[in-house]
Design a protein around this ligand. Structure first.
Ligand SMILES: [Zn+2]
Ligand SMILES: [Zn+2]
Length: 115
């Protein structure tokens, strides 16, 4: 069996583990959207920033918008590294700022849990 050395894309749900392989075609792997673990357990994975004790702010840290419901804001990773859960690297961002900030290299956190 040929060992495939190309880096696998990262799971869209947990943002941590590589995606599961769906099938091979012409010796090239095609991936599923999630890693094996996320496919197996259907309960949502807690984002790392929850474990880090980060609390979502009540205001968008980019524009000052005050969301009326929790799902209007997302947690962003300023340096783009989804494993860097230093609170300085985490920012609460509203959906309006979302698209703009991706261009700056900020990355959206994997999930917004119902907390
Ligand atoms: Zn996963
Ligand atoms: Zn905003």
């Amino acid at each position: 069996m040929i060992k495939y050395t190309m880096q696998r894309p990262i799971c869209e749900q947990c943002g941590q583990r590589p995606k599961a392989i769906n099938y091979y075609k012409n010796k090239r792997p095609y991936f599923r959207r999630k890693c094996e673990q996320c496919l197996r357990d259907h309960k949502p994975v807690k984002p790392l920033w929850v474990d880090a004790g980060y609390k979502v702010k009540r205001v968008c840290e980019a524009c000052g918008f005050k969301p009326s419901i929790r799902t209007q804001v997302l947690v962003f990773y300023v340096d783009g590294n989804l494993k860097n859960i230093n609170h300085k690297n985490l920012k609460t961002v509203c959906l309006n700022c979302n698209a703009e900030l991706i261009k700056t290299g900020w990355r959206r956190g994997s999930l917004t849990p119902d907390v």
